[in-house]
Design a protein around this ligand. Sequence first.
Ligand SMILES: [Zn+2]
Length: 472
Amino acid sequence: MTAFTFNIAGIKWPGATARIYIGMPGSSPSGTSWRDGLARAANEWTDKTPFNFVVDQTYRNPCQGYTASGPNDDFNNGDGDGRNGADFSSTVCGNAYGDNTLAVTLIYTESNLLGGFDITEADIVFNANTRFDIYDGPLVDQSRGIDFGRVALHEMGHVIGMSHEQGSASIMRATIGNLFTLQPDDIEGATTLYTGYTNCPVTSIDFGRVSGALSGGDCSVKQLVGGGSDDSLVDTYEFTLAQSTSVSIGMSSSSLDSVLVLMDASSRVLDVDDDSGAGCDARISKTLAAGTYAVLANTFAEGSECGDTVGPYQITMSYQSSVLLERGRNTSLQGSVSNARFAGAVKAKNKSTYSNIVKPSEFFDVEGRITVDAQHQGQLGFIVVAGILDSGEILLRNSAGQFIPYDGQGGFTKASTKVLTALESVSILGNTRASDLGLNDIEVNFLIGYGVNSKPSELYFHSAPINLVVTP
Ligand SMILES: [Zn+2]
């Protein structure tokens, strides 16, 4: 199946930003330059919505690269020039204006990874046959001419991909009126269009496995993207990478036809996958820069031979790395602040790179590294290693290397006691093989931490665990 369920009718700019060239010459009868009118309109959208206009003082002809192909066709006529220009023109770049049309925004798009469309260029032509001025307050068209400012504000809304609001008090209403600033409906519309994945509830994930289910009442793609007609269900997950990492994300289900979407923090779609995993499962593998990303667990709006539209699924997130991974921001049991840093990773003995996924038959190590806060270096202290099982049970490593259940009471078991150095290497598990322990399929999340003997009940550790998944 090649048709993606993720249909975006609401066209938009990838990354929620566009450069607008405002250098059109001349000034209004009341003295304000047209370029200031354009800049004010662009900045109001930038200030009040998630969209960001980069205002460029250069002049660009809005009709450059436009090929007139017929009246009332404002989309994709010719190649454009890749610049978002604005100017007066007595025609819509060669076509007649419609009756009472004050301005037209010409939109150029290209298809994107989701089968929807990204805006690549948008130009504004203002009807040169109209008498314009620039002023706030009620529209007084007979005496002063039409206020250019609110027309520019409306057209900038089209530039960012908004269509007309129906019957509401808004700048994006189809007819001009006494309103001259963005209204709550305008701001809400642009926010929904550009807030992207945070339109839906977001769950934090990290390396390892997470189970979920798509079911009625979940967010739909239509809600997530702020438009379109795609009613397929979607769960939204977010993860943060502290360093550039090669990541693989798999979605599997015995009932759903899995679809994965990977977005960056600006809701820019980086990849979409339907069937790259086993059978009908989805898989995305990519090297990602440090930053925050969203994974959308999605399916199709209608069932297929590959599965249903609702049901349980599992997401597995793994890494391949030549270095230990930084493991989140630091934290402490009692709230002391430190500059300690923590890293860790799993490495199978027969592999050249770290990865959190190992087979039951593979020997592997789990390695940790603590960058001890400068104020703690040289002090007598201790290292603590914890393993958290699927069941929620916590085990602490003792000085003999055994993992002992932690009862949550009293002091914690110490893996070692020592004078702390700047960099502490921590062997969490060494030369271990799951099959020797009778384990075939298990997930463990490890945490490492340290303390100083002068403050024995405080422990410095990290927010993102060191994940291990043993799976056949
Ligand atoms: Zn309009």
